[in-house]
Design a protein around this ligand. Structure first.
Ligand SMILES: [Zn+2]
Length: 472
């Protein structure tokens, strides 16, 4: 069946950049786009009227965690994460609160959280989502069946999902002296890794190929060099991408230096992780002082030449007092970047705006992190990192992953520059229709694939159990 979306402003892909076409049209047949650009008036089996709408490519949310996020609300934010010199350390959230919340979250609670999260992601225009499941935390057993159940929720949601269950050699937490302890998993680590590889092998391509898999070791300070090397070997064998949490805290950077006798980037280089299929999630503390320009020249060159992608997560950082310093510098170095929400809200519009504004504040000028560049990160940046030239763009041959954003509102009127509206003014609440793989999953701001009231009720019930079990 051939469908045409017309009468709206289409953000079409020119081959090098997005450009706005007023009164444009997008034609798609089944799961693929046939044309995107000026409206030639061609007939179709079905017509969608996009009057007062921007027609944009679905957003690529390149790093997030759906299973624990609701239960962290209220615990991780706005609380002691500065060292004595005033630098944000991410200590409380990363080493104290998160492991405890995860240890308190049972399997049913995780699956309920996923239902809610995928509903929110759909409603706010993320059509491709990269879900990084957490592994066994204190007391957990790393049961891969939870990953399978969450992947099934993703598949049924109609979204395009990359599922990356995490594994590692050791776990961490906070000790009585206010520091960080590391404890080895021993043989259990290898079992978990094998389970994750088996999951990636058997689930890749399910749900009409909307579900893909990814290897996701990490964090970097919890992985042996051999585990990282094995990750590269299996990623090449399976032809799937890798995402590694790294650059998250000064403690992590110091720990890698101390135990591996090299920097974070050098460890990635030496274990052959770098490549166009490799994403560094966070990438905030990649040098001793957290300044991107303080990386060694060999490190910056290796990230650039390998086409490794840094996944920037601005909102979760900013609300803990931290920033990437900066996405402008990474851009100047020629290093690829994408964007994700990490935790809540799962609204890429919020993170696009934070990416732009935080960079302007860090660089003390408005003339960096332009709306065009940030929108590119949120679409093409993520798609390229996943090796998917058929995503993040409205162009012939690309997947029909299309989002309609309302501009017939007081807030939007008039729209002189669609990119500035999308990045500096719009929110996920302005999304009113979402199409993934040619199939409508949100209409008039309602998710068609998920029972949202039931999902909300289940998360509320589960949150009572988590709260009762939480030792914080
Ligand atoms: Zn993360």
């Amino acid at each position: 069946m051939r469908t045409v979306i017309r009468n709206g402003t289409v953000i079409a892909w020119s081959g090098e950049r997005h450009r706005a076409v007023e009164n444009g049209a997008v034609v798609f047949e089944n799961d693929r786009i046939v044309s995107a650009g000026p409206d030639d008036g061609a007939a179709a089996d079905r017509e969608i009227d996009a009057t007062g709408r921007l027609v944009i490519p679905g957003l690529v949310n390149s790093h997030l965690h759906v299973t624990d996020t609701p239960y962290t609300k209220g615990y991780l934010e706005e609380i002691g994460s500065s060292s004595t010199d005033g630098a944000p350390t991410n200590f409380f959230a990363l080493y104290k609160a998160l492991p405890r919340v995860r240890a308190a979250t049972d399997a049913e609670a995780q699956v309920a959280a996923a239902e809610c999260a995928f509903a929110e992601l759909a409603l706010t225009g993320s059509t491709t989502v990269v879900e990084l499941g957490y592994d066994f935390e204190i007391g957990g057993d790393g049961d891969i069946s939870i990953t399978e159940r969450v992947a099934d929720v993703a598949g049924r949601s109609g979204l395009r999902c990359y599922s990356g269950p995490r594994y590692r050699s050791r776990y961490y937490g906070d000790n009585e002296k206010g520091g960080v302890f590391y404890r080895e998993y021993g043989a259990r680590a290898q079992k978990r890794f094998e389970d994750c590889v088996a999951f990636c092998r058997t689930w890749n391509g399910r749900y009409d190929d909307r579900l893909r898999t990814m290897l996701a070791p990490g964090q970097i300070d919890t992985c042996d060099a051999q585990l990282l090397k094995d990750t590269r070997r299996y990623a090449d064998e399976l032809g799937i991408p890798i995402q590694l949490h790294a650059g998250q805290s000064p403690n992590e950077y110091a720990r890698v230096r101390e135990t591996e006798n090299r920097t974070t980037v050098e460890l990635m280089m030496d274990t052959s992780l770098l490549g166009p299929d490799f994403i560094v999630g966070h990438g905030q503390i990649m040098s001793g002082d957290g300044d991107v320009m303080s990386m060694g020249r060999h490190e910056a060159a290796a990230l650039r030449d390998s086409q490794t992608t840094i996944c920037h997560l601005p909102w979760v950082k900013a609300r803990r007092g931290g920033v990437i310093d900066s996405i402008h510098k990474y851009r100047e170095l020629g290093i690829r970047q994408c964007l994700g929400t990490d935790t809540y809200p799962f609204d890429m519009f919020n993170d696009m705006r934070m990416a732009s504004v935080v960079c302007k504040i860090v660089e003390k000028t408005a003339e960096v992190a332009s709306s065009d560049d940030v929108f590119h990160m949120a679409t093409v940046g993520g798609a390229d990192a996943l090796g998917r030239p058929d995503l993040g763009r409205l162009a012939p041959g690309c997947k029909a992953d299309i989002v309609l954003v309302r501009t017939d509102t007081p807030k939007a009127t008039p729209v002189y520059d669609p990119f500035k509206f999308l990045v500096l003014a719009a929110t996920g609440g302005d999304v009113d229709r979402v199409i993934v793989d040619g199939r409508k999953i949100v209409r008039d701001g309602e998710v068609l694939t998920i029972d949202v009231p039931a999902a909300v009720r289940q998360v509320n019930e589960a949150s009572e159990r988590v709260r009762a079990a939480l030792d914080l």
